[in-house]
Write a protein that binds this ligand. Sequence first.
Ligand SMILES: [Mg+2]
Length: 238
Amino acid sequence: MRFYRPLRPIAAMTFDLDDTLYDNRPVIRRTAQKSHAFLQSYHPLLRQFSVEQYQQLRDSLLKQEPDIYHDVSEWRRRAVELAMRNVGLNEDEAGEGSRAVMAEFAYWRSQVEVPDETHSTLAMLAERIPLVVITNGNAEPHLFGLDKYFKFILRAGPDGRAKPYHDMYHLAAQNLGLPLENILHIGDDLTTDVAGSVRCGMQSCWINLCAGNLMHIADSRLLPDLEISRLASLTALV
Ligand SMILES: [Mg+2]
């Protein structure tokens, strides 16, 4: 554990999900493959539809509607819907098809292996202070047994703009009824998690799971309040 500033009292913690509480890389790889295969098999006209074509549709949607960036699930669903419209499915078929693909996506997205250390750490912390999730992603913690530790879960899209914007950080403090400075946010991303929480006045903890060096990483702009290399270190703070 490394401290960059003296800590103020911690009355609650907010957590990033992906790559903070579990390794999300294999999940994303598998989910992308499985849901694309499902899309191709959904209709004969989609059999040749490539990942590159899908990516082009995502890019064009983002260009037309920049705010869609903040809701990754809706962005994905709309790109799938557009793919189906482009090969000739009608509006109803494409709407229904896009929801079917998203259900397949959600299934694979929730096949997450949560380390024992995450369970034991969150269980211990949750007995002492309120815990909250702040995520830019579309994981559903109730599908892999993580929801029980948290008072509430905030998601980019329905609950505001994506991190590093302050929307969800402020909403968490407001819902908890606590000043920002008495909340510690924990995350793996130096921009969305660290810079986002520091800028809005929260305390910030960088979880450095890949043995990175803060002084040599290009996207480290603002120092966190502290750095940890394993989640269990948090139990020493409260
Ligand atoms: Mg993350």
